[in-house]
Design a binder for this molecule. Structure first.
Ligand code: BGC
Ligand code: CA
Length: 326
């Protein structure tokens, strides 16, 4: 077996999150949530592009970013409590500021301080994204204020789960029958039956309970799946990324990381065999000897497995275009 390597690849941001590999550009997209910025890193050249998004009243944060199928320069983002589209291309200058092109939906009207956190597309191209309550101390938001939503190709939104504290990791099995999900403050990774035709989920059960698995201090955060069906989870306050075999309900590998607060992971690189991992500097004590790594993005290599091309948002582009003049 090859040796596992961990290397910092991008300079620290504040709250790095939502990594997504863009096959067409061979680049890594990620967000800096509270700075309301998108970042794009090109491993081949080391280039690092930044897009600042004017919130235009939606709430100054960006929780996730996913390209649109058929027009990868259009990106759907979770902006405050809204789902919006921004346009950003590798041909743009390295530091740019834009307004969102269009706001698609706004949620959680009764909880105005909520914000979108993690989001991803299912194998059929529906967008799934969840919210969380107002957070002053990392890991201690107002509890049970968020929900998990899905948005279909016709831009119709469904509320799939309620009373979520921090909506985080999302992953689907390759047979499209199971959905894995993390509400961080349940301190567990959960599984649901997933119906790809209707987009419904049900039969929630625990895959791994953190507190009874020796992870009492860790908060499960972002997650992705590999081709073997195992889950890779970033542990906030845990200084590690773990690999879980969800069928056995067991941790099968632990990767120690330089940064205390790991936030999310995704597969990328030309062969999808590099695990990119984001982190946060929020909640890191200045006395931590590794404080300088807080917010950095890392590449983990030599894991002996890989992922697949991530799904894009399969929206009806004609319908979307009627919402703005393109
Ligand atoms: C959120 C942070 C939160 C962390 C805790 C992240 O996904 O964006 O605000 O502190 O989860 O695990
Ligand atoms: Ca996250």
């Amino acid at each position: 077996m090859s040796k596992v390597g961990v290397r910092q690849v991008v300079d620290p941001v504040h709250l790095g999150e939502g990594p997504h590999w863009e096959e067409n550009n061979q680049s890594l997209l990620f967000v800096d949530i509270m700075s309301c910025e998108l970042h794009r890193y090109f491993p081949a050249s080391g280039r690092h592009q930044i897009l600042h998004i004017n919130d235009c009243g939606t709430g100054k944060s960006v929780g996730f970013v996913v390209p649109l199928e058929g027009d990868p320069n259009l990106l759907v983002v979770g902006l405050g409590r809204s789902l919006a589209v921004v346009e950003w291309s590798p041909n743009d200058v390295d530091d740019k500021t834009v307004d969102p092109k269009v706001v698609l939906q706004t949620v959680d009207e009764g909880n105005p301080t909520n914000r979108f956190n993690d989001g991803k597309c299912d194998p059929c191209g529906r967008l799934w994204a969840g919210t969380m309550g107002y957070e002053t101390v990392p890991g201690q938001p107002d509890l049970h204020k968020g929900s998990l939503f899905s948005l279909d190709s016709k831009l119709s939104i469904s509320q799939c789960l309620q009373k979520i504290s921090i909506s985080n990791g999302l992953a689907w099995t390759h047979d499209r029958k199971t959905f894995y999900y993390i509400d961080s403050l349940e301190y567990s990774v959960d599984a649901f039956d997933y119906n790809e035709t209707t987009g419904e989920i049900g039969n929630r059960r625990k895959v791994l309970d953190y507190k009874s698995s020796g992870l009492a201090k860790d908060i499960p955060d972002g997650m992705c799946i590999d081709v073997d069906g195992n889950l890779w989870v970033a542990n906030f306050y845990g200084k590690k990324v773990i690999c879980i075999d969800p069928r056995a309900g067991k941790i099968i590998q632990t990767i120690e990381m330089p940064a205390q607060n790991m936030t999310s992971v995704c597969w990328g690189g030309p062969n999808y065999d590099i695990l990119y991992a984001t982190s946060s500097r929020t909640g890191v004590s200045p006395d931590d000897p590794n404080a300088k790594y807080g917010g950095a993005t890392f590449a983990i290599t030599g894991l002996g497995t890989k992922g697949q091309k991530p799904s894009h948002f399969r929206v009806d582009l004609q319908l979307l275009r009627t919402k703005y003049n393109k």
